[in-house]
Design a protein around this ligand. Structure first.
Ligand code: G3P
Ligand code: CA
Length: 393
């Protein structure tokens, strides 16, 4: 009888694990304050190695050991969420030169007439914007390296990849999770299968007030797309982030998925500007501000300078932000960790060349020792090494 019960239990566990939905793995999810290992969040994919926000960048990030991939989300004219750092897919400087060109749109004569000037979050910009393109039109474009002067090696992948939809990113993650489970099953059987941690998704709503103002709000299609992929609950491997407050508060009433309030090292949330609320990100980073955030979010995504400000270009004295956020019951994920000297505190630089890679692990370890729960990094391969070293030591 016992053997029969054991066999049935194993069969049920096996079928539950194979018929995977994200909710099936709550118990093993990463991302909480009490989690043993800090989360490795691939910032815009493995964007230090290939052009950001492409399926290739997300796929490489997963191969490099990322726990979560981070798509920034904007929207098309016909209401489809796509992964781009900005709705601007190429901008023009006053002298006509290009900047922030994450696509080849400026070289496409058929879209020359879409060039326009508009004000996004109070800033006048001239260029091409996702909300002026249907998905079909956007899909004819090809992605380019956003920082070609710094990440020259990545430009060899220019014009190879499409702009992915959120749906395609979620499909990629699903396939990677299925592959991971099949590999675990064939290597270690049911025991190994049950230990598999799913790769998560950490989407950011970009310019939510602006998109609501043009009648293309991001939140409803986001929740709908996530639900279609089986993401509904707090324990599911999804964290939704925003630099604005009002849309996160509204989301907290509509979903039980986890939410993260992004905190910048200057300025204020744009919805505060619109509402005439004078509070700044610095106000939100105080114990009182963090207590308010804990009323609608599960964590904060904080600029590194809010945790360890620079002093003379080097890491200075840590603030109490990590401790204060934990006291408020919030997780803390820091951004953005990048290997190029241009982005590193001076003591981690390898040379005077901005594009050379310095000691990223050194910088990450300094922050992990503060008690960070996760890091956003453009270089997941190096981030994984640093987290492994931190966990070992
Ligand atoms: O979302 C964390 C970090 O990505 C915020 O900055 O501008 O890179 O989206 P950004
Ligand atoms: Ca982001």
């Amino acid at each position: 009888m016992h053997r029969l019960i054991n066999a049935l239990t194993s069969a049920l566990a096996l079928s539950a694990a194979l018929a995977f939905t994200p909710t099936a793995v709550h118990a093993s999810l990463p991302g909480h304050v009490d989690n043993a290992e800090p989360l490795l969040i691939a910032h815009r994919g493995a964007s230090g190695y290939v052009p950001e926000h492409t399926l290739a960048a997300y796929w490489l990030a997963i191969e490099q050991g990322a726990d979560y991939v981070e798509p920034d989300l904007v929207i098309t004219k016909d209401g489809v969420l796509v992964a781009r750092h900005e709705n601007a897919i190429a901008l023009l400087n006053a002298d006509g030169s290009l900047r922030e060109a994450t696509t080849d749109v400026a070289d496409r004569p058929e879209f020359a007439s879409r060039k326009t000037t508009k004000t996004i979050d109070g800033v006048a910009l001239t260029g091409w914007f996702t909300e002026d393109f249907t998905l079909a039109e956007l899909k004819t474009l090809r992605a380019r390296e956003r920082l070609p002067a710094l990440r020259t090696a990545n430009t060899r992948f220019d014009n190879m990849f499409e702009v992915p939809t959120l749906n395609e990113v979620l499909d990629l993650v699903k396939q990677a999770n299925e592959r991971r489970r099949q590999q675990a099953l064939s290597r270690g059987g049911l025991k190994a299968l049950l230990k598999v941690k799913p790769i998560g998704v950490y989407p950011e709503t970009k310019h939510p007030s602006y998109f609501a103002s043009i009648k293309l709000p991001l939140e409803e299609p986001l929740l709908r797309t996530l639900a279609r992929h089986g993401y509904h609950h707090k324990g599911d491997p999804v964290i939704i982030q925003s630099f604005e407050v009002a849309n996160l508060k509204a989301l907290s009433r509509k979903t039980s998925l986890r939410l993260a309030q992004l905190l910048s090292n200057g300025g204020q949330p744009y919805d505060f500007t619109v509402a005439g609320d004078r509070r700044t990100y610095a106000d939100l980073a105080t114990p009182a501000g963090l207590k308010e955030i804990a009323g609608y979010a599960d964590g904060i995504g904080a600029h590194t300078a809010l945790m360890i400000p620079l002093a003379g270009g080097r890491l200075g004295t840590p603030t109490t932000l990590v401790r204060d956020a934990h006291a408020a019951g919030l997780t803390v994920h820091g951004w953005t960790f990048r290997a190029e000297n241009q982005f590193l505190p001076n003591e981690f630089d390898s040379s005077a060349n901005a594009g050379d890679w310095g000691d990223l692990a050194g910088q990450i370890l300094a922050f992990l020792r503060l008690g960070l729960d996760g890091i956003f990094t453009d270089h997941p391969f190096l981030g994984r090494q640093a987290i492994d070293q931190f966990t070992r030591d």
